[in-house]
Design a protein around this ligand. Structure first.
Ligand code: FAD
Ligand code: NAD
Length: 457
């Protein structure tokens, strides 16, 4: 049986761990799917390439209010799809080649890994190996809800929807979170009739309530949004798919050419037989780790979607840097920093957030003040004729330290960055607002004004 100094399971964020300092370690990398994992192949990167294209396609519809008549002539789906994947697929293949053929100390096993015990792994390729240390970076996969006849009806997930042969005429999206909101923007901007189906009374209900309410209001103007629905059955039709639902007004159905299921993602722990390694799990299947990314087995570390509180690539990347350091410096480990984890929803409008929502601050019983600033009341907002976007801040009234920031509106994912920086480095609201110049009349004036609006002690 071959023995390795280090085994890494999963080539998403796990693939960046081996570096020059490990050149004399014998390393095995195990991957069951496409090299590079979710973000590169079926996640952040292709979705945002589609989102940017969708933003362009949506622009003519927004030009009218500025006094410009423009029309969207055509959306060439196969060209868009192939442009995106012709860029991404070679990166995945190049990464695989590099590890498999150009790293002398690395052996790549392409199969589904399962634990036999805490040091022994069946690689799924016919070979079982042992290791001194193991990193689990095996990610998550789409959750498929238990809905009658869903499997036989056929449906897409985020893994397949971006590679459709042709643009559908209509699309039902089951789900009301990140993926549902981003794909609703992409497909509706390309002219597809979109129906969104959610269980609760709001889209993006994990966001600050005022942000989720505003997003839901705007979404209802653009898409067929059906909330408080329980989907009971799926049915194949000659033209596509029909869903049977129960809602506030009783039973109803909705039909479309395609169905996208986007109701969350579950950790891949079950595929690994992780309990055979004696690993402790959370009730949702995630592997338990401490602040040093150590599992309940000290020689096994885990990172990213399979163990994290956050299913976000920047968090998985951060945790993989921590794991890399801790593998190289076991006597001087560093802890992961999850104090201020930001996230953005790349829909239309965009949303970005960091820190506590007002509901979380209330539940914690901490003292806070809030302030809001509309895009419509800053000069660049006038330029864009924006009527729905705003920033909302939460701060400690005594110290002026920010405890939460939430933005809905144009380029929210970029506009929020100085607030993330202020929170991470402990810059108080007053110093931040008045201790620097703010370029006039640029979009960050939204942040400046929101800071100045805070009723601090
Ligand atoms: C549609 C979509 C859009 C997203 N957009 C964003 C975004 O804009 N910004 C953001 O921050 N995050 C985004 N995310 C989330 C982000 O992609 C994930 O948080 C991140 O990729 C997780 O990285 P990871 O390394 O933990 O897992 P992954 O990248 O999923 O890597 C895990 C790898 O392990 C392999 N594997 C699993 N089980 C086994 C096994 N038993 N044996 C061998 N190999 C195995 C898998 O095949 C996979 O390649 C998005 C996700 C999706 C689905
Ligand atoms: N821009 C980004 O950073 C980005 C983009 C996409 C995905 N992601 C990550 O991937 C994760 C998964 O995304 P997601 O959108 O699948 O999950 P999500 O957790 O964001 O949203 C899923 C939603 O579906 C709802 N739901 C669950 N079961 C349902 C049912 N049967 N019918 C209708 N609705 C149902 C849930 O109540 C929830 O609101 C996200 O949590 C996020 O961390 C991030």
């Amino acid at each position: 049986m071959r023995h390795f100094d280090l085994v890494i399971i999963g080539t998403g964020s796990g693939n960046s761990i081996p570096n020059d300092a490990m050149a004399d370690w014998k390393i095995a990398i195990l991957e069951k799917g496409t090299f590079g994992g979710t973000c590169l192949n079926v996640g952040c990167i292709p979705t945002k390439m589609f989102v940017h294209t969708a933003d362009q396609a949506a622009a003519p519809a927004n030009a009218k209010k500025l006094g410009v008549d423009a029309t969207l002539d055509a959306v060439h789906w196969p060209e868009i799809r192939d442009r995106i994947f012709n860029r991404i697929d070679p990166i995945a293949e190049g990464g695989r080649n590099w590890r498999a053929n150009e790293n002398a100390n690395v052996t790549v096993f392409e199969g589904t890994a399962t634990f036999e015990d805490a040091h022994t792994i069946n690689t799924g390729t016919g070979e079982t190996i042992t290791a001194d240390r193991i990193v689990i970076a095996a990610g998550s996969r789409p959750t498929i809800p238990a809905i009658a006849d869903l499997e036989t009806t056929g449906f897409h997930t985020s893994d397949t929807i971006m590679r459709l042969d042709e643009l559908p005429e209509s699309l039902i999206i089951l789900g009301s979170g990140f993926i549902a909101s981003e794909f609703a923007h992409v497909f509706s901007s390309f002219g597809v009739k979109v129906t969104l189906i959610g269980r609760s009374n709001l889209l993006l209900r994990h966001e600050d309530l005022e942000i989720a309410e505003r997003f839901t209001d705007v979404a209802k103007q653009k898409w067929d949004v059906r909330l408080q629905r329980k989907t009971t059955r799926a049915e194949k039709t000659p033209t596509g798919v029909k869903l049977h639902m129960e809602g506030p007004d009783g039973e109803e159905t909705v039909e479309a050419s395609q169905l996208l299921v986007a109701v969350g993602r579950q950790p891949n722990t079950d595929l690994l037989d992780a309990t055979k390694a004696g690993l402790e799990l959370h009730s949702d299947g995630r592997i338990k780790v401490d602040e040093y990314q150590r599992t309940s087995q000290p020689h096994i570390l885990a990172l990213g979607d399979i163990s994290s509180d956050y299913q976000l690539k920047h968090v998985a990347n951060h945790e993989s840097r921590v794991v890399q350091h801790n593998l190289l410096n076991p006597d001087n480990p560093i802890a992961s920093d999850h104090r201020f984890v930001p996230a953005a929803v790349f829909s239309n409008p965009q949303i970005a957030s960091v820190g506590l929502t007002e509901e979380e601050a209330k539940a914690k019983g901490i003292r806070y003040v809030t302030a809001s600033q509309a895009y419509a009341s800053i000069a660049y907002g006038w330029a864009m004729e924006d009527t729905t976007g705003f920033a909302k801040l939460l701060a400690d009234p005594a110290t002026g330290q920010l405890i939460g920031a939430h933005i809905i509106g144009p380029q929210a994912s970029s506009v929020i960055q100085p607030l993330i920086q202020a929170m991470s480095f402990g810059l108080d609201a007053k110093s931040m607002a008045r201790g620097q110049y703010w370029i006039h009349p640029a979009m960050p004036e939204l942040v400046e004004n929101a800071l100045l609006n805070l009723p601090l002690d």
